[in-house]
Design a protein around this ligand. Structure first.
Ligand code: APR
Ligand code: PHB
Length: 388
C-alpha cells in the first residue's frame, strides 16, 4: 500500500487529522488497533475550547455539535459552601462548548465514512521503519502482513501506542508528575444539578459536577488510588458527592442509577520532541494532562491544528517550514495547558499529608479569584483555551 500520510491510531487526534487532510486533498490511511465500537465505548471529558469548536466546524463535523452541544459562559469553583463563579465571557470574551468526546469521535467516524477516507480497524503489530529516510509502516490486517509506504507518519496512537517509543531514547526527554489519587466518575440519566460545571474543593476531597445533556449528568469524586470501582455502590457515591458539593447545591441533586462507573488515575506527562525525522506525534501519544480543566482532547486538537496546517503548506506550496517547527510550535501550547491543568489540580484537590499552610494557600487562591478580575481573566483564558 502507498499513501501520503500514514496515521497511527483512530482516536480523536488521528481521525481529526485524517479528516482535515482529506478535505485538503492529502491522502491518508488510518491504522486503528481496536474496533470502531470499542473506540466509541470510551467515555472521556466533555468540554471543548472555542478553538476546538471552530476546528470541528472547519473539518465539516460541527453540525450535530452545534445542535446538541451546550454553550457555557462560565463555571463555578467552590470550597465547602463558598462558591465563586468565573464568567468566561465577561473575563475574556470567550465561551466553551459542553459536548462529549464520545460524540466528537462518533461524528468524526461518520464524516470519514462519508468522504471515503481509509480507516482500517483491528490492525495488529504496527511497526514504524526508516523514519529518517524513506519511511514505511508494517502491520497485520485480517491475517495478512502489509507494508504501507508513505511520505510521513503521524503518531496519534495514545499514551500506550508504538509511535513515541519509535523515537530513539537518546533524543527523547520525558517529564512526568503522578498525582497520589484518582477520579471515580459516574454517568447517570438524571438532570444535571446546575446548568454550569461546578469544581468543588472539600476537606474530604475534590468533586466535579458536569453534564452531557439535559437528562445526562457526569459526576466525579477524588478517591485514593487503592480504591476499586466495586468498593463504590451507587448509594455510597451519591452520599460522598453530596458531602463535597456546597450544601445549597447538594440539596438540589437528583440521584438515580448510574449507567457507567470507572476510576482514572491523574497524571501530567510530556515527551519531547514531538517530531523525529518523518514521524510527528499528536495528542496523548506525546502528552497526558490530569482531567481537571478537560484539556486532553483540546490539546490533541491543537496539535492537529499545527500539523494539518504544516502538511497543507508542505504539499500545497512546497514549504516545509511548518513541519520543521511543528515540535516547538505544538509544545509551546502544550506546556501552557500543562500549567493550567496542574495549577487547577493543585488548587482543588486534597493531598495526603498536606500541611495547614498548603490548605490555606488553596483557600487564598480561591479568594483571589473572588477578589480579582485579573485572576478571573487568567483562569478564563486558560479554561477557554489560548489562541493557536
Ligand atoms: N496500533 C494502532 N492503533 C493503536 C495502537 C497501535 N499500536 N496503540 C494505540 N492505538 C489506538 C488506540 O486504540 C486508540 O483508539 O490509538 C488510539 C489513540 O486514541 P486516544 O487514546 O483517544 O488518544 P488521542 O486520539 O490522542 O486523543 C486524545 O482522547 O484519549 C483521550 O484523554 C485523551 O482526551 C484525550 C484525547
Ligand atoms: C466531564 O464532563 O467529563 C468533564 C468536564 C470537565 C472536566 C473534566 C471532565 O474538567
Amino acid at each position: 500500500m502507498k499513501t501520503q500520510v500514514a496515521i497511527i491510531g483512530g482516536g480523536p487526534a488521528g481521525l481529526l487529522l485524517s479528516q482535515l487532510l482529506n478535505r485538503a486533498g492529502i491522502a491518508t490511511v488510518v491504522l486503528e488497533r481496536r474496533s470502531r465500537a470499542y473506540v466509541l465505548s470510551r467515555i472521556r471529558a466533555g468540554v471543548l475550547e472555542w478553538g476546538t469548536v471552530e476546528m470541528l466546524r472547519e473539518a465539516g463535523v460541527g453540525a450535530r455539535m452545534d445542535r446538541e452541544g451546550l454553550v457555557h459562559d462560565g463555571c463555578w469553583l467552590s470550597r465547602g459552601d463558598a462558591m465563586v463563579r468565573v464568567d468566561f465571557k465577561e473575563a475574556c470574551g470567550r465561551q466553551v462548548m459542553v459536548y462529549g468526546q464520545t460524540e466528537v469521535t462518533h461524528d468524526l467516524y461518520d464524516a470519514q465514512e462519508a468522504i471515503g477516507a481509509v480507516v482500517l480497524h483491528g490492525v495488529e503489530d504496527v511497526a514504524l521503519h526508516d523514519l529518517t529516510g524513506a519511511a514505511y509502516v508494517t502491520f497485520t490486517h485480517e491475517g495478512q502482513a502489509v507494508r504501507l509506504d508513505c511520505d510521513y507518519v503521524a503518531g496519534c496512537d495514545g499514551f500506550h501506542g508504538v509511535s513515541r517509543g519509535s523515537i530513539p531514547p537518546e533524543v527523547r526527554r520525558e517529564f512526568e508528575k503522578v498525582y497520589p489519587f484518582g477520579w471515580l466518575g459516574v454517568l447517570s440519566e438524571t438532570p444535571p444539578v446546575d446548568h454550569e460545571l461546578i469544581y468543588a474543593s472539600h476537606e474530604r476531597g475534590f468533586a466535579l459536577a458536569s453534564m452531557r445533556n439535559p437528562m445526562l449528568s457526569r459526576y466525579y469524586v477524588q478517591v485514593p488510588l487503592t480504591d476499586r470501582v466495586e468498593d463504590w455502590s451507587d448509594a455510597a457515591f451519591w452520599a460522598e458527592l453530596k458531602l463535597r458539593l456546597p450544601s445549597a447545591v447538594a440539596a438540589q441533586l437528583v440521584t438515580g442509577p448510574t449507567i457507567e462507573k470507572s476510576i482514572a488515575p491523574l497524571r501530567s506527562f510530556v515527551s519531547e520532541p514531538m517530531r523525529w525525522g518523518r514521524l510527528f506525534l499528536c495528542g496523548d501519544a506525546a502528552h497526558i494532562v490530569p482531567p481537571t480543566g478537560a484539556k486532553g482532547l483540546n490539546l490533541a486538537a491543537s496539535d492537529v491544528h499545527y500539523l494539518s496546517e504544516a502538511f497543507k503548506r508542505a504539499y500545497g506550496k512546497g514549504n516545509t517550514g511548518g513541519l520543521e517547527s511543528y515540535s516547538a510550535d505544538a509544545l509551546a501550547r502544550v506546556w501552557q495547558a500543562m500549567r493550567f491543568s496542574w495549577s487547577l489540580t493543585m488548587m482543588m484537590h486534597r493531598f495526603p499529608e498536606q500541611s495547614d499552610y498548603e490548605r490555606r494557600m488553596q483557600e487564598t487562591e480561591l479568594a483571589l479569584l473572588e477578589r480579582s478580575a485579573t485572576a478571573r481573566r487568567l483562569m478564563a483564558e486558560g479554561y477557554t483555551g489560548l489562541p493557536f
